[in-house]
Design a protein around this ligand. Structure first.
Ligand code: DAH
Length: 343
């Protein structure tokens, strides 16, 4: 039995050492050390030797087991190492190959333009304020001097919820909110960018669009301040050469009111298709805040004056980038959207 054990151990060690792959190594392990393995069989014969010999045989069997296990483990390490070396040799990486390029997103053109507008006004000391898209009738109309039966309501047909809630038709409600928040303190100097809604839908109108409102309220604010501010804006947005002109207009919440035109940046004012031959392009509405609007929000029109303006972000973007159909801005076609850089 001793000889047999020595013989089995040698055979197992030899088999392990010469084994060429991990699968057969596992088979070798089972064949010698498994439940019915050859070494296991010997330990089962323990009962057949004399009690004196038993401990020695037990020890010898354990030693043989450990040796064979070690031989198998050694071979396993060798085979794994060889496999690793081989795959390293085969999988050479060419670091000069171009990598996989994942398409990087870019900002939406409206976000780019809104941020440009915000940067220009924050550069002039304005604070950015956010309003809510769902408004009450009071803020959207009444506080802006547009009472229930005012004809100006017809031009801003909205989407109504029950009661007196609606989707705001312009960002002008931010004027009343800003004044209320300031509780009589001044100056009030804010811009309020945001989404607005109207029941309009064609190539130049979308039922959902964006505006930026502006409000400056202080002592001695004049229309000259309004003009200077908007000219600075137009020159930063459309080019240092730009001039602006104010045309008399009407808004219930400003008096006097003016539409603001910028000298055409396509032809410089000579007249072309973009400006329809006039040399001027309308960019926004503005005016001096109506005394009644100031009073309704707790400010004294005898003491303070202010100007306000409101512009459409889509309109500015379309003019600046020569986009002729507003719907392109919302179709989400990446071929269009990716044309405006990364910003
Ligand atoms: N809220 C006006 C509109 O949506 C735009 C506007 C005009 C805003 C004159 C103003 C303003 O603040 O003074 O048509």
């Amino acid at each position: 039995m001793w000889d047999k054990l020595t013989e089995i151990q040698a055979k197992a060690e030899e088999a392990a050492a010469s084994c060429q792959d991990l699968a057969s190594l596992t088979e070798i392990k089972v064949a010698y050390l498994g439940k019915k393995g050859e070494i296991t069989q010997i330990s089962k014969m323990m009962g057949k030797v004399s009690p004196e010999e038993r401990p020695r045989l037990g020890q010898a069997v354990n030693q043989a087991k450990q040796k064979v296990e070690a031989a198998i483990q050694r071979r396993m390490d060798e085979l794994k190492e060889a496999a690793l070396q081989q795959s390293l040799a085969e999988e050479t990486a060419d670091v000069t190959l171009p990598g996989t390029v994942f398409p990087a997103g870019s900002l939406h053109i409206l976000t780019i333009v809104r941020r440009e507008i915000e940067d220009i006004f924050t550069g002039m000391g304005y604070t950015i304020m956010e309003g809510s898209q769902v408004e009450t009738d009071y803020y959207n109309f009444e506080a802006l001097n547009i009472p229930k039966d005012h004809p100006a309501r017809d031009m801003q047909d909205s989407f109504y919820f029950s009661g007196n809630l609606l989707l705001r038709t312009h960002t002008s409600p931010a004027q009343a909110h800003a004044m209320e928040q300031m509780q009589g303190q001044y100056p009030v100097k804010i811009i309020a960018p945001g989404v607005v809604y109207r029941r309009d839908d064609d190539a130049t109108h979308s039922p959902m669009f964006h505006q930026v409102e502006g409000l400056l309220l202080d002592e001695h604010v004049t229309m000259g301040d309004l003009k200077g501010t908007l000219r600075a804006f137009a020159q930063q947005m459309f080019g240092a050469e730009r001039q602006i002109r104010l045309r008399p207009s009407f808004f219930p919440f400003t008096e006097p009111s003016a539409e603001v035109d910028v000298s055409c940046f396509a032809c410089g004012g000579a007249g072309c298709r973009l400006c329809k031959g006039s040399g001027w392009i309308e960019i926004l509405g503005s005016g001096m805040v109506h005394p009644h609007v100031l009073e309704m929000s707790g400010y004294d029109p005898q003491k303070l004056t202010g100007f306000a303006f409101g512009m459409g972000v889509e309109r500015i973007a379309m003019l600046k980038y020569g986009i002729t159909d507003m719907r392109l801005l919302f179709d989400n076609d990446v071929r269009f959207l990716s044309g405006f850089g990364r910003a």
